[in-house]
Design a protein around this ligand. Sequence first.
Ligand code: TPP
Ligand code: SF4
Ligand code: MG
Length: 363
Amino acid sequence: MAHEVIRHQLPLFDEDGRAGATGDEHGRDLYYLPELPEEDPYAAGHRTCAGCGPAIQYRWVLKAAGQDTVVAGPTGCMYVANSTYLCTPYTVPWAHTPIASGGSFTSGLAAGYEALIRKGRYPGPYPNILVMAGDGSASDIGLGSISGALYRNHDALFICYDNECYANTGIQVSPTTPYAGMTTFTPFGTAIPEGNKLPPKNLAKMMAEGHPHCYVATTTVGYPVDLMNKTRKGLNHVGAAFLHCYTPCQKGWVYQTSMTVELGRRVVEAGLWPVWEYDPEQRAYHYFHPPLQRPVTDYLAMQGRFGHLLPEHVATLQTGANRNWEAIGMEVPAALRDLEDPARHQRLRDEEYSMPLNRGVGA
Ligand SMILES: Cc1ncc(C[n+]2csc(CCOP(=O)(O)OP(=O)(O)O)c2C)c(N)n1
Ligand code: SF4
Ligand SMILES: [Mg+2]
C-alpha cells in the first residue's frame, strides 16, 4: 500500500505589523524586522564578493525554507564561490548540477523523494526542494530543463537569481542584461555607443504565461520579507513554482557595496523591475505598486555599467519604464512622461540625480 506524502505548510511572515519599521518620507518602511527564524542554512563563511546580491538572496531564501530543505545549485558564482574544496556554507543537503540541468536534476530530486515516501523507504515529511540558478542558467543555457520541470509540475521551487550577466566567467552579457548595460561582451564604443543593444528577456512572464498551472512571482533583495514570503508560498504550492529575484552584482555593475539593497528598491521605484505574483488558481496577476516613482536616472547613475549612456539611451530606458508603469496599472506622472524625450537629458554622467554615488566608468 502506498504511504501518504505529508507536506510542510510554512507560515507566512507578517508584512503589516513590522516590529521595527521606520518609514522614510516616502513610506518605504526602511527597517522592518519581523520575527525571523534563528537558523541559517546558508551560514557565514562563503567567498562571494562583499555586497553580493545573490548571496543575500541565498541567505534569505534558505532562512525562509528552513532546516528540512534540499537545495541544488547549477554552475555559476553561487556554485563556485560557495564550494571551495572541503568548505561550504550549507547546513542542509546541497548539490551542484551542470549549468544546463538545474531543472532536470531538481525534477529527479522531487520525483525521487516522492517515490521513496510512497514506498515507505523515507520517513518523510516531503522536504522543501529548491534550486537557485543564475540568469545565464535559468534564462539561457538551462531554460529548457527548467521549463520542462515546470511543465511536468514537479513539486519544487525553481528560482532564478538574476544578476543580469554571466558573472562567474567574467561579466558577460546574458539574456537578462538590460538595454545599454555594459558587459565585457557588450563594450560601448563609437560603433555601438549604448553597449548592449537588446532589451532583456522577460523571463518571469515567459514562465507564467507558458506554464499557467505554476505559482510564479518576481521580487528583489530590496524586499526581504516579500522574498521570504514568496519563497514560502512557492514551497507551500503543491506542484512547480518559479521565482525570479533581482540580485545586484557589485563587481559586474560597479557600485558601492553597501547599496545592494537600496538598488533592489530603486529598480522597482524606477519602473524597471515590476514586482508581481501570478496566482494559478485565479489565473491572475497581482502587481505591487511602489509608494514612490522615480526617474530612471536615480537608479542608473548609481552604477558604473551605465556610465557611458548618451541622452537617447536614457530616454529609451525611461520609455520602457513608463510602459511598465502602464502595464502594472499605475499612472505615469507627467514629469516622467516628459523624460521620454532625449532633449530632456544630458549624458548620464552629467545628469542631476538623487544620491550621486557613482559617476560611472570614464566619468
Ligand atoms: C554548458 C556550459 N557552458 C558554459 C559554462 C561556463 N560557465 C560556468 S559559470 C558560467 C556563468 C553562469 O552565469 P549565471 O548562470 O548567470 O550565474 P552567475 O555566474 O552570474 O552567478 C558559465 C558560462 C559551463 N559551466 N557549462
Ligand atoms: S561577481 Fe557578482 S555575483 Fe559573483 S560573487 Fe561577486 S558580486 Fe556575487
Ligand atoms: Mg548571472
